[in-house]
Design a protein around this ligand. Structure first.
Ligand code: GUN
Length: 302
């Protein structure tokens, strides 16, 4: 069934609206001499991580934040990394700390994440923040940036209360799938999490009023997996080779076959320009929230 009215959700525009609010609130804090501070720690020289970290630091600058970057060599010891985090935990000018993942194999990632003060854990990966989200406590703590951003897009379509809606989350990662499912559940939708061991995924997806794809498989979700009129949120960012083009040419695609899905969905996020821009906007929003809480100020909503 072709849907003439499929809405292509501009994550770029909605992210800009979040960032405008972050910037305005940051200006109002500046009157009282408060400046949100974000510290990003990167270990090694992985090109993709370098690009991500540079864009996070740039966005923090644009928001008027203090932006600190710690670059550590690939062979840095775990003890040294923990020392850097400890000093950031005590630094009053730093409200948010993000350690870019993945870390080199000799470092215990879990130990590093749990060493970040929960009050500064703007990634929302600390057990304390995972527990808050799991128990539906959203007004303190931090929600991981990608699902937080995806949720704003969903609520721009369906409103705050998702009662009566069936949501299917494809993927069960700690960074996206699990927190996404918790957010959808807290908003009263009926949630199913599907993953690589789930039989008959297509039939499950066809029941979804809200389908979130976060599996990391290029264009896995086909048009006939989608319930006509559903909202489709594509979290995947996959770089694939372009078959017809000169070798070496690549393009970004999501986990959803966009061209097919747009014919059936009621609303859909594109890749790029959908969830991606929301992730970085929510990192700024989380950092601002951390600064507001540290100074006893009210936290803006988005
Ligand atoms: N690497 C890829 N995604 C993320 C993320 O959301 N946070 C951190 N810290 N590292 C990442």
């Amino acid at each position: 069934m072709r849907r003439i009215g499929c809405r292509v959700i501009s994550g770029k525009e909605i992210a800009e609206s979040v960032l405008d609010r972050v910037k305005a609130h940051t200006c109002s804090l500046a009157v009282d001499g408060i400046r949100p501070g974000l510290a990003v720690v990167i270990v090694g020289s992985d090109p993709a991580s370098q690009v991500y970290v540079a864009s996070k630091a740039k966005k923090a600058d644009e928001c008027g934040f203090l932006s600190i970057k710690h670059e550590l060599s690939e062979d840095v010891s775990e003890a040294k990394l923990l020392e850097v985090i400890e000093s950031l935990n005590f630094d009053l000018s730093v409200h948010g700390i993000l350690v870019q993942l993945p870390l080199p194999g000799h470092i215990n990632t879990g130990k590093v994440i749990q060493s970040i003060s929960p009050e500064k854990d703007v990634d929302g990966f600390h057990f304390m923040n995972v527990g808050r989200l799991g128990t539906g406590v959203l007004d303190s703590g931090f929600v991981p940036c990608t699902p937080a951003g995806a949720m704003i897009l969903i609520q721009r379509i369906h409103g705050q209360d998702l009662s009566g809606l069936q949501a299917v989350v494809l993927g069960r990662s700690n960074i996206v799938g699990k927190p996404m499912a918790n957010l959808l559940l807290t908003a009263n939708s009926t949630v199913t999490v599907a993953h690589s061991k789930t039989p008959n995924v297509e039939a499950l997806c066809r029941q979804a009023d809200i389908l979130v794809a976060a599996v990391g498989h290029p264009e896995m979700v086909r048009a006939d997996w989608i319930k006509p009129g559903a909202t489709v949120i594509d979290v995947g960012i996959n770089r694939i080779g372009v078959r017809e083009a000169i070798s070496g040419t690549t393009r970004l695609v999501g986990d959803v076959d966009f061209d097919g899905a747009v014919e059936r969905a009621g609303a859909i996020t594109p890749v790029p320009g959908g969830v991606g821009p929301m992730t970085i906007a929510m990192l700024m929003a989380n950092t601002l929230s951390a600064a507001c809480r540290a100074h006893g100020r009210s936290v803006p909503s988005y």
